[in-house]
Design a protein. Sequence first.
Length: 136
Amino acid sequence: MIKYFSIILLFFLTSNFKTKSTTPIQKADSTTNSDSLFFKKVGLTHRATWYNPHGAKTASGLRFHKDSLTCAYNFSPFGTLLKVTNASTGLSVIVKVTDRMGIKSKNHIDLSKCAFDSIANIRSGVVKVEVFKKVK
């Protein structure tokens, strides 16, 4: 019995199987020239924060999930892909607009926790970013 168990264990340890992730997560990377062909800069520098109303419905009707790459942005229609780049580090992430912000908000864009964490430290709270809109 131990012989069969060790063979099965050895098989699983040496095989190159990959598990499927339930949430697609895009790793942050520095900006490249190929991205500039598909994205057009929107405005100047924006202030970005993160928000976490986990499970609540967004303005587009979808449920918010903290591990999704989404944002709240008032100046683009729902479903628009935006590339958000940290102005100080150059790290970027591509997010989808699924929510709107409050009228009196001092910030320009609110990122989901996962999206914000991929371009800046959560503890920083607010960062200056550049926003690029996907060109069709």
